[in-house]
Design a protein around this ligand. Structure first.
Ligand SMILES: Cc1cc2nc3c(=O)[nH]c(=O)nc-3n(C[C@H](O)[C@H](O)[C@H](O)COP(=O)(O)O)c2cc1C
Length: 312
């Protein structure tokens, strides 16, 4: 008899039809990809980073390709949370996959206010991006130290007590595992990792940095093995303490099913796919099919079987 495969996964009480989610900032509000892939087949869609007030984003170059990756410096261009709720959320919900609102802010109070609006509007989950500059602390990202990461998590948790809360970790933090534990202790129901790596490029014609902010975020295949190591280590750290083992969502350089399966084996409950969609819009649906085929081939019936097999 042919092995039946159940691709569904549960993250923080939310059921996803499969473990593949479009990563924030790489899938617009979904409608931009209409006709290019079967959007309804995705497990979830993370929105572009949303802030309370509209943001124009950065001047100058915003995207730059490297041999095995992509640098970006978009600067959180978005219409603001109230306009998102009014103009984008209804269409996004109608697409089918779970809607995960990616939330940014410059102060903990701004995060909290935004979270309350998004929760009231009925998003399925909030993904708190703590990689953006903490204005009160002089521009350092909230995700760089345990105290600031916990402060934002606690503020969002308090403002939106019922919404499933996932905190997205920055790979640039000096103590990633410490920050992961601090976020769980402060009320995160899940963690996603990683965001982009701080990097840069220089234009050798002008001999000036390509990006106006000098630094940009690196993503794509070049970061995959490092991101995988980070998921492995955070999974391990969560098993050591007395805190709940919250689900992890692995992100970083996934281009095919094999890359995704590595994350699921390392301890991730699901994955997000970003840069790959730019080069190949159907990458995500091909990854879903590839995971299903792999589970069948290996005689596994569910996605968590992968983690169980690798991590015990
Ligand atoms: C153009 C672009 C825009 C992004 N915007 C956001 C964002 O608004 N919020 C966020 O949390 N991550 C953002 N990211 C990071 C991605 O969601 C993802 O964490 C990262 O790109 C690593 O995954 P990948 O290697 O599959 O692209 C962005 C990435 C890219 C390439």
């Amino acid at each position: 008899m042919e092995q039946q495969v159940d691709l569904s996964v549960e993250i923080a009480g939310v059921t996803f039809s499969n473990p593949v989610i479009a990563a924030s900032g790489t899938f617009g509000y979904g409608k931009e990809y209409a006709g290019m892939l079967d959007i309804g087949a995705l497990g979830g869609i993370c929105t572009k980073g949303l802030t309370l007030r509209p943001r124009q984003g950065n001047e100058g170059a915003r995207i730059y390709e490297t041999p095995a990756g992509l640098l970006n410096s978009i600067g959180l261009e978005n219409p603001g949370i109230p306009a998102f709720i009014e103009n984008e959320l209804p269409g996004l919900k109608a697409l089918g996959p779970n809607v995960i609102a990616n939330l940014s802010g410059s102060t903990a109070a701004e995060y909290a206010e935004g979270a309350a609006l998004l929760a009231e509007a009925g998003v399925d989950m909030i993904e708190v991006n703590i990689s953006c500059p903490n204005v009160k602390a002089g521009g350092l990202a909230f995700g760089m130290d345990c105290e600031s990461a916990a402060l934002v998590t606690r503020s969002v948790r308090k403002a939106a007590p019922a919404v499933p809360l996932m905190v997205k970790l920055s790979p640039n933090a000096p103590d990633l595992c410490g920050i992961a534990l601090a976020c769980v202790n402060a009320g995160a129901d899940a963690l996603s990792l990683v965001n982009t790596f701080k990097a840069m490029a220089i234009d050798i014609d002008t001999l000036k940095p390509v990006f106006e902010n000098i630094h940009a975020g690196l993503s794509g295949p070049c970061i995959h093995p490092i991101a995988l190591r980070m998921v492995w280590e955070v999974y391990e750290a969560l098993g050591r303490g007395s805190l709940p083992r919250v689900p992890l969502v692995g992100i970083g350089g996934i281009a095919n099913a094999r890359d995704a399966i590595e994350f699921l084996a390392a301890g991730a409950a699901a994955v997000e796919i970003g840069a790959a969609t730019f080069a190949h819009p159907r990458a995500m649906t091909e990854v879903i099919a590839g995971i299903a085929a792999y589970l069948k081939e290996k005689n596994f019936s569910t996605v968590p079987d992968l983690t169980a097999h690798c991590r015990t």
